[in-house]
Write a protein that binds this ligand. Structure first.
Ligand code: 1GP
Length: 233
């Protein structure tokens, strides 16, 4: 079964999933056993790897080593075309549909496509939507796009529907890594009620209570990065 088939099946069965996000810059190869153990203990369903701006060039090595320890899918969550790793199981082929920067709507994809064609990666076209959280996040600055205002759930819904109608296979609602506030629950609920494709929600999820509220609002997969790295719960 492909990763996407598994995600869809889980959605159909109303099964919720946890994806952990690992930022390769924050992980030392020497500590990898410790990280693998932590990921297992968290009982995650998926591991996402990537970031808006990477300074270390060891993602390939990291994924190769992690694969020896983990039996969950390792999915590349790339900030740009340079972050493709053929060692991952899949890749979120992200279109930043909340923004109007052609580089993140199609430019990076054109650069990446011939490289992806040479790999066995499962490529999952995903509509990536950045939602304002009150502070400028790295993804907002690096992508040079404006997030959707947090009180505009109608714009968020119209954007997500457009993504679905364009054939994207998932929607990723993102407040940004380290966001002060996660995506508003009402916005999540509105998208969940209207979309047929799986809904991923991440950014600023710092407590178990928030995670459960987001899942109850209709997210199929929640993504936790910072709180996991900081060992919060
Ligand atoms: C970022 O949604 C993820 O793309 C995770 O965010 O680091 O705030 O958990 P956090």
């Amino acid at each position: 079964m492909s990763i996407y088939q598994r995600i869809v099946r889980q959605k159909q069965n109303h099964q919720k999933s946890l994806a952990l996000l690992l930022d390769p810059d924050k992980v030392a190869i020497e500590d990898l056993n410790k990280w693998a153990k932590k990921i297992k203990n968290a009982q995650a369903d998926y591991l996402f790897i990537g970031g808006s701006l990477l300074k270390k060039d060891h993602t390939n090595k990291l994924i190769k080593k992690l694969k020896k320890h983990l039996d969950i899918p390792i999915i590349s969550f790339p900030g740009n075309a340079q972050q493709i790793s053929k060692h991952a199981d899949g890749l979120l082929f992200l279109s930043l549909i909340s923004g109007r920067n052609p580089d993140f709507l199609i430019g990076n994809h054109v650069v990446a496509a011939p490289l992806l064609k040479q790999t066995n990666l499962e490529v999952i076209p995903t509509g990536y939507m950045l939602i304002e959280n009150g502070h400028t996040t790295s993804v907002e600055y690096i992508s040079n796009t404006k997030p959707i205002p947090r009180n505009k759930k109608d714009i968020a819904l119209a954007t997500a529907l457009a993504g679905e109608m364009l054939g994207l296979k998932m929607i990723y609602l993102e407040a940004g890594s380290g966001a002060k506030a996660h995506v508003p629950l009402e916005m999540i609920q509105s998208l969940a009620e209207n979309l047929h494709i799986p809904l991923i929600v991440g950014g600023g999820i710092r407590t178990k209570k928030h995670m459960l509220q987001i899942l109850n609002a209709g997210a199929d997969i929640v993504v936790v990065g910072t709180a996991f790295e900081e060992n919060n719960w």
